[in-house]
Design a protein around this ligand. Structure first.
Ligand code: ADP
Ligand code: ZN
Length: 720
């Protein structure tokens, strides 16, 4: 009897066998409905020889219920999912789940969305009134409205009954307009043209080739890679541009619109269910030709992909830190390989791993050494904070304040960068010395004045700022310690009362619409001083911005992990890259307590090559990535002693006879309590040639953990 092997989306269930149903064609990749006990679940038909199952007798085999009318997951995507599962030691079901839309997107039935009717009821509880205020101008399914308003589904349904909220049919499949194939080629500078020719040739030849497009900030990388995107579209195929952050999609989509005449399809976590559904279906049918998305866009079912771009390829946010722990840059290269298409990694500060690949010749490096249109790179100066001590409760040194003042006089813009949201990272009681900590995490609560909350940046906890110390009960003894961007904005307002100041953090420009309004106001010249977190370090092009102040360069150096130096270097080069992009030259002031740290000296000397050469050497000597491999094993659970003993048990079971493989730990993880779960970790180190997947499988495959302890394996970890 023929059997269908069906991969469920539940990691514990894995794959199951079913009998086919007459009249339902279900080749591999087909998304099917299958019975499971009394329920019906979703699964994907898979090649039988590639997945193990528990054997079932023919007589007990149940039939599939049916197939969805959605396009099947393409074969190359199935192979990508398998590779990802193996490389990152994750269940295939969890990986495939990332490639799937929500169940409602699988059928052609329309979705019902809801919106305010405009009817103002006379008597409304304050809670319902507050919910309505939050929903003004919004439209979505019940679940989404409930989420935005912070109420239960039942409250929303009640408001529908009361006639305050009404249903609307969300459009079914929206076919996005195609770019005009006759779009004019851009007028590229000679360096851009040479780089673009190499990439375009690979697109046309349908050849896998990883490119490292290494161009200084403002060199015109975007313009250059858009040419190879154009080539992919012109040949009738699809293209994907990955960005590290939602905030960057907006400016890029605008540039694309200017260049190609239409907006791309966007894919990120903030999409409404109906948008997600039509994007998924349009992409799967090959109708959506150009997608701009966050890392999860990598697992979409493009039938006809011809080019992949990873912009700002050095960004650490390409590493997914929950669910399947994958690195989008590496998965992008693998997808390119499986699809036989080029992959462009564009960056001003190549990640060390990509540099090493380029040196080995596995990646083709294309260099744009100077800024487009003859703009010069900014000069960089370090200000020693031990010498130029800011006044008490202030964080801007005299040289920086003077430089900002000069810019204001000249009608130019300044950017003050501090990678810390909120007002102050620590709230301390002057009377008893208590530091206010998160009850769920081993971390301080960060005061946010804009929202008047103490927030945990790890678990999202937000509570009102207390008026008395929660420990000793004294009133008026709580003091903020250290700066966040909000506090810098306050200081700037005090020191430059006449200046127009804009604060740019995820709290103020987190949504695409607000990001757009922010960019507009800076471009109009309505802002003298921009203050922001890493959100404004990249992507933006503000010609009148001539000064960048790095408020605390030492921040990124803390923590002392493998990539601390590299990360500091990248972050400062990126933010420095916002200065002097127009006709006027730019200048950068770095405030630091360690002006002689190698990374600060390299920045001041503009010696990227020297800095990286030393970093590469240090990693090579220690056999650290990319010269060796690391895997972090995190055990977590609500009971600390169970977690600790599970960690010891795994440590004791570690393989001892594998050559060039060693295990460090267990020990409490750096963040030893996170979201109410205690965390212990082990770190496995292996030479490149060790088959890590196989070793981990032998080690961890048969371990029985207590029910309340979870094991997470993080391959090529970023924080450990
Ligand atoms: P990067 O991505 O390397 O930081 P951009 O692509 O943002 O650089 O280019 C910097 C600026 O130069 C942008 O304003 C862009 O529009 C402009 N630019 C780059 N290349 C060209 C070109 N070939 N023709 C016209 N303008 C260009
Ligand atoms: Zn917390």
């Amino acid at each position: 009897m023929t059997r269908l092997r069906v991969l469920t989306l539940n990691a514990a269930l894995g794959a199951l066998d079913y009998a086919p149903r007459e009249g339902v064609s279900a080749p591999p990749g087909t998304i099917v409905r299958v019975p499971l006990g009394p329920r019906e679940i979703i699964g994907v038909v898979w090649e039988a020889d590639l997945l193990p199952v528990k054997p079932v007798e023919d007589a007990k085999l149940r039939k599939i219920n049916g197939a969805f009318d959605a396009p099947p997951l393409p074969e190359r995507l199935r192979r990508l999912c398998e590779w990802t599962a193996r490389y990152y030691y994750a269940p295939l079901s969890s990986v495939v789940r990332m490639a799937m839309p929500s169940p409602s997107a699988l059928s052609e039935k329309t979705l019902t969305e809801y919106r305010l009717t405009g009817e103002v009821p006379r008597r409304l509880t304050p809670q319902r009134q507050a919910a309505l205020d939050l929903l003004a101008g919004r439209q979505g399914v019940v679940r989404e409205l409930a989420g935005w308003a912070g109420v239960s589904d039942a409250v929303i349904r009640g408001l529908v009954k009361a006639g305050v909220i009404e249903p609307v049919e969300a459009p079914a499949d929206v076919v996005p307009p195609l770019p005009d194939p006759a779009f004019a080629p851009a007028d590229l500078a000679p360096g851009q043209a040479a780089a673009s020719a190499r990439m375009t040739e690979a697109v046309t030849a349908r050849r896998f080739e990883p490119f490292l497009l290494h161009g200084v900030t403002g060199s015109g990388k975007t313009e250059t890679y858009l040419e190879s995107v154009a080539a992919a579209l012109e040949s009738g195929g699809q293209a994907l541009i990955l960005l590290p952050e939602i905030a960057l999609t907006e400016p890029l989509e605008r540039r694309i619109e200017a260049r190609f005449g239409v907006r791309p399809v966007s894919w990120h976590s903030d999409l409404r269910q109906s948008e997600r559904r039509s994007a998924w279906r349009a992409i799967a049918k090959g109708e959506a030709r150009l997608t701009v998305g966050a890392r999860s866009a990598l697992f979409l079912p493009y039938p006809n992909l011809r080019c992949i771009v990873v912009d700002e390829a050095h960004e650490t946010s390409f590493k997914q830190e929950d669910g399947v722990l994958y690195h989008a840059r590496d998965v992008a290269v693998m997808r390119g390989k499986l699809e036989s298409v080029p992959v462009v990694l564009a960056t001003a500060t190549p990640p060390l791993e990509a540099r090493v690949q380029a040196e080995k010749g596995t990646y083709s490096e294309l260099t744009l050494p100077s800024r487009y249109g003859g703009a010069s790179l900014p000069t960089i100066e370090a200000v020693d904070l031990r010498e130029h001590v800011p006044p008490a409760q202030n964080f801007l040194s005299q040289p920086l304040v003077e430089a900002v003042g000069e810019r204001i006089e000249r009608g130019e813009q300044s950017l003050l960068f501090l990678n810390r949201r909120g007002y102050a990272p620590l709230t301390l009681c002057r009377h008893c010395g208590t530091r206010i900590e998160c009850p769920n995490c081993s971390a301080w609560l960060v005061e946010h004045r804009l929202t008047r909350r103490l927030m945990c940046h790890h678990c999202g906890l937000a509570e009102p700022v207390p008026e008395t110390c929660p420990e000793c009960g004294e009133a008026d003894t709580l003091v903020p310690c250290g700066p966040g961007v909000e506090r810098i904005a306050e200081e700037a307002a005090r020191r430059f009362p006449e200046a127009r100041i804009a604060l740019a953090t995820s709290d103020t420009i987190g949504s695409p619409a607000r990001a757009r309004a922010f960019v507009d106001s800076v471009e109009r010249g309505d802002v003298d001083i921009l203050i922001g977190t890493q959100l404004i370090t990249k992507g933006y092009h503000f010609p009148d911005l001539t000064l960048v102040g790095v408020v605390d360069a030492d921040l990124a150096l803390q923590g002392g992990d493998l990539r601390a130096g590299e990360r500091t270097f990248q972050q400062i080069v990126q933010v420095a890259g916002r200065a002097g992009r127009g006709a006027k030259p730019g200048h950068v002031i770095i405030q630091t307590h360690q002006p002689d740290a190698p990374v600060i000296e390299a920045l001041v000397r503009a010696d990227a090559e020297g800095f990286y050469a030393a970093e590469v050497e240090a990693r090579r000597e220690a056999a650290m990535p990319p010269f060796g491999r690391l895997a972090a094993l995190i055990l977590s659970g609500p009971d600390e002693s169970n977690v600790a003993s599970a960690a010891r048990m795994i440590g004791a079971a570690a393989p001892r006879s594998v050559d060039q493989f060693s295990v460090i730990g267990p020990a409490p993880a750096p963040l030893s309590l996170l979201r109410g779960r205690y965390r212990h970790r082990l770190l496995a180190h292996a030479a490149r040639r060790v088959d890590l997947d196989e070793v981990l499988g032998r080690w961890l495959g048969n371990i029985d953990l207590p029910r309340d302890v979870r094991l997470t394996v993080d391959i090529d970890p970023y924080s450990f």
